[in-house]
Design a protein around this ligand. Structure first.
Ligand SMILES: CSC[C@H]1O[C@H](OP(=O)(O)O)[C@H](O)[C@@H]1O
Ligand code: ADE
Length: 333
């Protein structure tokens, strides 16, 4: 894609960082780094589920708060949505201490009021992936079930929504309308904003797009799942921020979405996404250092008690894998 920022020489950064990193930003299409922060380390982390999409860059804010950044499709965007190694991504972020993730994504709009270049903070998701993406850390011989009724973290959602409550934060580009920030609290009379996550890589047919509208879908992408499910299993608070790039294929009066339309709106979106990410890092860093929300704290320990299999007799190799994510849970007998 033509929206990559100038390459910084990240490879010369230290390959270790010895403090816990509580916050991570995942960049999607159009967001490949955090240009306003100072990078201090670049980590290549091997996990029992392979390597993440890209090395993880650790940057620090002016006050020294560390933030991890991961490019979902790789630094050169060479991973299809189906091939994103989400288990490795979540496991690596967990390993470095991450308790909260803000994930950016380019989406199609399924509603006329969500214009291309608007931003949307979804509260619900419908899974239209095809079951070909590994979507759990658990496996035969060690069964567990995570809650997912609220797929996004409500505290993180509120913190983000409150940060962009007043209009005018997002910049207009090329004389187009000022983008709107859509949230459940603000713009939709308290109704959920529902993200449809499809398999791709082809876009939807007109019939599918209309079907998703009839289901109450607000926006559509190919990336939220299994990322959000695995974040939940890893006990990490997760919220996606969607950047609208097109009207998908439902509108009879418009040409169905093409990559050209998406890329055309991405430049404007990525400038706003960077601006938003910079502000959010400050807000969330302040919350972690001075606040009382306890981001991610309610999830800590949740998986320990969600296992159905009796730990006695579980294969040692399986438990060792699990201990990469959850050291100290389910002692080996
Ligand atoms: C390039 S259009 C389709 C592509 O864009 C979105 O990627 P991401 O969520 O990583 O921003 C969408 O999910 C598709 O993968
Ligand atoms: N219309 C669309 N469908 C799926 N993913 C998208 N990402 C951006 N636009 C999209």
């Amino acid at each position: 894609m033509s929206v990559h920022r100038e390459e910084i020489n990240l490879s010369q950064l230290p390959h270790e960082f010895n403090e816990p990193v509580q916050l991570a930003i995942i960049g999607g299409t159009g967001l490949y780094d955090l240009p306003n922060l100072k990078p201090v380390a670049r980590l290549t982390i091997s996990t029992p589920w392979g390597y993440p999409s890209s090395p993880i860059t650790i940057s620090v804010t002016e006050s020294g708060f560390p933030v991890a950044f991961l490019a979902r499709h790789g630094q050169k965007h060479d991973l299809l949505p189906t091939d994103v190694p989400s288990r490795a991504n979540m496991a690596a972020l967990k390993k470095i201490g991450v308790k909260a993730i803000v994930a950016f994504s380019a989406v199609g709009s399924l509603q006329p009021e969500i214009k291309p270049r608007d931003f949307v903070i979804p509260t619900q998701v419908i899974d239209r992936t095809k079951g070909i993406r590994p979507s759990t850390f658990f496996e035969k011989g060690f069964v567990a079930h995570a809650m997912f009724g609220e797929p996004f973290d409500l505290k993180l959602n509120k913190l983000i929504t409150d940060s962009f409550e007043t209009n005018g934060f997002l910049d207009q580009h090329d004389g187009k309308d000022i983008p709107t920030f859509h949230s459940k609290a603000k713009t939709n009379k308290g109704e959920d904003l529902t993200l449809i996550c499809m398999e791709g890589p082809q876009f939807s047919t007109r019939a599918e797009s209309k079907l998703y509208r009839s289901w109450g879908g607000s926006v559509i992408n190919m990336s939220c799942l299994p990322e959000a499910k695995l974040a939940r299993e890893a006990e990490i608070a997760y919220q996606m921020i969607c950047m609208s790039t097109d009207y998908d294929s439902w509108n009879e009066d418009e040409e169905p979405v093409t990559v050209e339309t998406v890329v055309g709106n991405l430049k404007a979106n990525s400038a706003n996404a960077c601006k938003m990410a910079t502000k959010l890092v400050d807000v969330i860093a302040k919350e972690f250092t001075e606040g009382s929300l306890g981001l991610g704290d309610d999830l800590q320990g949740s998986m320990k008690y969600s296992v159905s299999t009796s730990p006695q007799g579980v294969k040692k190799e399986v438990l060792e894998k699990m201990h990469f994510l959850f050291p100290g849970y389910w002692p080996v007998h």
